[in-house]
Design a protein around this ligand. Structure first.
Ligand SMILES: Nc1ncnc2c1ncn2[C@@H]1O[C@H](COP(=O)(O)OP(=O)(O)O)[C@@H](O)[C@H]1O
Ligand SMILES: O=P(O)(O)O[C@H]1O[C@H](CO)[C@@H](O[C@H]2O[C@H](CO)[C@@H](O)[C@H](O)[C@H]2O)[C@H](O)[C@H]1O
Length: 589
């Protein structure tokens, strides 16, 4: 977790001239700059002490080699191809301090933005944004080595260091103001521009100084910084040509009156000289909340498990039967999800959003993708086997044996069912899980706000913007209740440790209660969803929906397997277990 000290230095003044035009007009060199003056230091919590400063690569300030960025990328949570290795990388653009900006920053502490294309081994290339700053001297002892890219040798033989730019909160504040005042700045091959949306002036009047930024967390797919109690800046790390769906969907949902999402206040774009556009960052209204639905549901189950006095599986069921707060919120989440889908399907005149029929061939294409994903993942899983427990190995074997049959089963069922039920393809959230949901309102009457509409970071932008069955989101949330149940069991077992064996509160009983909880939350969520869509409180999904849902559950669990192999190898068993359940025709989900 990054922890920044409060920045209230009045010397934080940026020499930035306003770009007069709000259009896509290309700025001239020296028009305006995003480079802040240096000011005071900020401390960061150490997350990894294994990287002594002396072991870092050495380079010169005027020539930052690609290898330095490659090395840095492989250490970041948001870098997607860690399990594959990098074949080569190339710098596709740079925002750099040049002669024209020399008056606007201190030459001893320049900063810039590298846009880097990574070519992983046997996978399609990916581009990343790496803002950077150079600071004199060595990093302070307490700083995270993950934030430091290289040692810099200056011409005078002095030491400096190259660090990740957003760890310097002056840079984040300069990006905020670039959006607020719609500034733009030329890059080597295009330019960068800030765009303010109408709500921003109301949220933060132009005559008020920029609020102090605070990094939210280092452990995300992107980097998020809050500005006072008002705004949150999401800096996208993995870049793709085109408007980021998070921004596109946020604007669509606001236009069509869906209140359960944060208001979008502005954005920062990188525009190439051919006018193609990439969203670099998005500013949103900060929503007061009491934490994520992930924490809320995990706490709910953990407190039930920790309160279990003895090993009586039926006791868990009794507890679940009398406690209705969690099923109530799961049901409301299902209702809000259905309302989201209704709004996303509400504009037949917008070609990007107009609903289309979900045909049998769409279902077959989904299953082809699932089969292809499995083909790519199987060798990674086999590599992973050497580090696993016998139980996990048995699960891997079960999945390896059963997966092709599962795909075939879903293929065979699909054609007739889909033809009978005429389901639809619409724009969806795409990476829907409990961590994307904020719990808001009073504790006795909680509601939800939905976040992060950029889709699964590992998929191409085209795939993330493609219309698909809304059951993809339903599947995402069902998988998330499964994650919560498994993690709560692990946590409860860790807490009880060896006591379990002696007091009879054994892991089997804990698991039984957690399984019941998962089934109950899933049922409540589905009820809320299908009842809202059909206006029938007793609605149940039809057979076609069940088949499409099962295909999306398989797809999601494979996505998660890939995600965990790349990011959290210790968690691989969670999606693996989910896949094993799907492969077993007698179990399902
Ligand atoms: N508008 C917002 N209001 C309050 N908190 C937010 C808002 N947007 C994001 N957050 C917080 O930031 C976290 C990460 O945001 P998210 O959009 O999911 O980014 P990422 O893609 O990096 O996961 C969320 O889990 C939430 O805690
Ligand atoms: O960072 P994002 O929120 O965009 O999403 C990525 O990271 C998620 C983990 O933080 C990952 O979600 C998976 O783990 C969750 C628990 O940590 C669980 O609730 C989700 O169901 C599970 O998919 C998500 O897949 C990934 O895209």
């Amino acid at each position: 977790m990054l922890d920044a000290r409060k920045n209230d230095d009045p010397k934080l003044i940026f020499e930035l001239r306003l770009h007069p035009s709000r259009s896509l007009a290309e700025p001239t060199a020296g028009d305006s700059v995003f480079f802040p003056f240096p000011s005071k230091e900020f401390g960061f919590e150490m997350t990894d002490r294994t990287q002594p400063f002396d072991d870092l690569p050495v380079c010169h300030a005027g020539e930052l080699p690609d290898a330095v960025f490659a090395r840095f990328l492989t250490r970041q949570r948001w870098f997607g191809s860690k399990a594959r290795g990098i074949d080569r990388i190339e710098r596709i653009d740079d925002l750099q301090p040049g002669d024209s900006t020399a008056t606007a920053f201190n030459e001893a502490e320049p900063c810039g933005l590298a846009i880097v294309a990574v070519h992983p081994v046997e996978a399609r290339s990916e581009s990343y944004a790496i803002p950077w700053v150079i600071r004199p001297g060595a990093p302070e002892d307490q700083e995270s080595p993950q934030a430091i890219l290289a040692r810099i040798e200056t011409e005078m033989g002095e030491t400096a260091h190259l660090r990740e730019g957003l760890t310097d909160l002056r840079l984040a504040a300069a990006w905020f103001d670039a959006i607020r005042f719609q500034r733009s700045r030329p890059t080597r091959r295009g330019w960068i521009r800030g765009v303010a949306l109408p709500g921003l002036e109301a949220a933060w009047p132009a005559d008020q100084p920029a609020p102090a930024p605070r990094p939210l967390s280092a452990e995300q797919s992107n980097s998020n910084l809050t500005f006072g109690q008002t705004a949150i800046l999401k800096v996208f790390r993995k870049l793709e040509r085109g408007e980021n769906p998070d921004l596109e969907m946020g604007r669509f949902l606001a236009r069509h009156g869906f209140p359960q999402v944060p208001e979008v206040l502005g954005h920062l774009d990188w525009v190439a000289s051919d006018q193609s556009l990439v969203t670099l960052a998005m500013l949103q209204r900060l929503v007061p909340n009491s934490g994520s639905a992930w924490t809320w549901f995990l706490n709910d189950l953990s407190s039930r498990l920790n309160a279990m006095p003895e090993a009586d599986p039926t006791l868990g069921a009794a507890t679940l039967a009398t406690e209705d707060r969690a099923p109530g919120l799961a049901r409301l989440l299902g209702q809000r999800t259905a309302e989201l889908h209704q709004v996303l399907a509400s504009d037949p005149d917008d070609p990007g959003f107009a609903p289309e029929p979900y045909r049998a061939e769409d279902h077959r294409r989904l299953l082809d993708e699932v089969a292809e994903r499995w083909r790519r993942l199987e060798p990674l899983l086999t590599d992973h086997l050497s580090h696993t427990t016998p139980i996990e190995q048995a699960t891997v074997e079960m999945v390896v044996a059963g997966f092709p049959a599962l795909v075939n089963r879903l293929r065979v069922q699909a054609d007739d069912l889909v033809a009978q039920a005429s389901p639809r393809r619409i724009r969806v959230h795409g990476d829907y899980h409990l961590g994307q949901v904020l719990v808001v309102g009073e504790p006795h009457a909680p509601d939800v706000v939905l976040l992060d509409f950029e889709g699964e970071p590992a998929r191409s932008l085209e795939a993330r913007k493609a219309k698909t069955s809304p059951l993809k989101d339903v599947a995402g949330m069902i998988r998330s209740f499964d994650y919560a149940a498994t993690l709560a069991v692990h946590a409860a077992r860790d807490l009880r440790g060896e006591q379990s064996a002696s007091n009879g509160n054994d892991p089997v009983a804990i698991k039984t209660v957690a399984d019941q909880w998962r089934a109950q939350m899933t049922a409540a969520f589905e009820e809320g969803y299908f009842a809202t869509l059909s206006n029938d409180q007793a609605a149940h999904p039809d057979a076609a929906s069940r088949t499409i849902l099962a295909a999306h559950l398989a797809d999601k669990a494979l996505y998660e397997l890939d995600y965990e192999l790349n990011n959290r190898p210790d968690w691989v068993s969670i999606p693996l277990k989910g896949l094993a359940a799907l492969c077993d025709p007698g179990v399902g989900y």
